[in-house]
Design a protein around this ligand. Sequence first.
Ligand code: ADP
Ligand code: ZN
Ligand code: ZN
Length: 682
Amino acid sequence: MTHRVAVLVPTPAHSKLGGPLTYLSEQPLAPGTLVRVPLGKREVLGLVWDQADTALASDEMIAAKLIAEVLQDIPPMSKHWRQLVTFSASYYQRSLGEVALAGLPPQLRDLSATQLARRLKRADGMQEQSDTCAQGLPLTMQQQEALAAYESNPGPFLLFGTTGSGKTEIYLQAVQALLARDARAQALVMVPEINLTPQLQDRFIARFGQDKVTTMNSAMTPAQRLKGWLAAHTGQARIVLGTRMAVFASLPHLKLIVVDEEHDPSYKQQEGARYSARDLAVLRGKLEGAKVLLGSATPSLESWQASEKGRYQRLHMAARVGQGKLPAVRLVDMNLQPRQTVFSPQLLQAIGQRIERGEQSLIFLNRRGYAPVLACTACDWKSECPHCSAFRVFHKIDRTLRCHHCGYTERVPRACPTCGNVDIAPVGRGTERLEEHLSELLADVKQANGEPVRIARMDADSTRFKGALQEQLARMHAGEVDVLVGTQMVTKGHDFRRITLVAAINADSALFSSDFRAPERLFGLLMQAAGRAGRDSAQADASEMWVQTWHPRHPLFDALRRHDYPAFAQQQLVQREQAGMPPFGFQALLRAEARTQEAAQSFLRAAAQAASQLPDAAHVTVYSAVPMGIQRVANVERAQMLIESPSRTALQRFLSQWQPVLRATQEKGLIRWAVDVDPLVI
Ligand code: ADP
Ligand code: ZN
Ligand code: ZN
């Protein structure tokens, strides 16, 4: 008998074929089964979505094609996983096929059933798991209290713990208790950055042994990804560590999801289905009956508000492990410094003292709006990108000008392309110039042994090559560096032991940004940076966080001085509530790309006009179309339109009603468009 099956295939985001397609099969196939099916001229990976066992009409028999191959050695995707896909596609306004297939490792698409069976067998051979003497640290009082509250309540939990309060130990012991209690249970632990996975991986492997832990991130090779995915999917890997993509990992016995640094913007996918892995983690926990533990020293205001209202249970760890104190905050009023001052004399002196005492300092540059652009000193030429409305950035290391948006790269010209002047120089200040400038200023300072100062730099450039980051971190940990200069990157997660001074340069740009989340990010960044200092309790008393600012009386700095995140959150939430901004209101962006700005905006205007006829139009506000911040990228013009509603449900209903209208509107022009639900950057 021939069966009719509904199969999801990788479809373009907004195609009308977003749902499953009908195929024929000689055997009944369970939902979740992976198959290979013909699609046009290709054969693609598909996922059986539903089985419709009704008798076939004869014309259907003719139209529908046979499934080419069933990957029957791979267990079907679970019902919970399919529910997660259904929710994500609908919530983030994408097709089911796109979301489902993007959640699978790419190599599944290319390997035949036989090749896969071989991979599975190999994974099977490694199954005997050693039981490693997982030994946790004796917990501090507040860790014990947090863990006890976690164990005896359903959650979701917001672990609000100061940097260095021992959140990671809580994650480790929550996982440990789970694995001890349940012989099959699996845990998913997410971190925001690939750079942070090796550290965490080391700690988990040391505790649980190599064979129980697998990682998932986009830096892995396709073969590694498939291997890790199979280990999780078959239940062998008990712990999956990964970045945002891991939220779609197949974990048949998932019982715990940890989201470390839950406030971090990199949990939001910025292309394709623009999902928030943090938000999906909470939803997935609910679907699967798994506990969810979100951790941060500076939670997102969304999560903070949820914990204020009792939707999340807050676990508070206010003190650092081992009596270590948080650094004293020193504000330098830049209004009192000569113009053009980069490092105030007070700050230089404090750095000098650290060097003489053999302690380390960390200087970080808030890079936003501060990339080194080349300019001509004679005319007004600047290193604009010919294809984008953005300046190309000067990279000294290979003397190129590079567009950070489209990637267009050229060698630095010998002379100004407009007037021929040979004196072209960087404006603004990158980390490289900061490092140079600092080494000039510290030329006379010596280490205790009389040797010159050792300054190192860590940013996206200096860590471009494989292993460079690890090497630089190792030098820092070994005390071979006195002053480390870097971008935000240096502030995240690292457990440096000898830093007693952290300084933020150019923190102010975020105070008056058009992005309403900029102060929240700045506060998080500064607290995170402060958390790098004084981690060794012996030196904690002397540790300091320096901020040079033109606005020393800004309430943000007041809260920072007291390390008072709740006070800061309170200030912000009052403002957000008055303005109906998240978490009190809900937002979506409609983005459009076209050859001209006019075409992009007229698409948005037509969409807005049609929107007014939709049933839920009364519950949303559709704002005017505007050019995006970076209006032109690679010769494509970009525009966007904000949609707001006090009700998440109404916004969701409105967006689904809008989809067919947007497709119809698109057909009239050469437009690419996308909806971004809960956008992080507006
Ligand atoms: P957080 O993630 O909150 O910033 P960590 O988990 O990295 O903090 O802990 C900070 C430091 O304290 C680490 O070096 C960790 O090994 C140590 N630590 C954590 N818990 C304990 C404990 N109970 N006893 C001793 N040291 C601990
Ligand atoms: Zn010129
Ligand atoms: Zn460009």
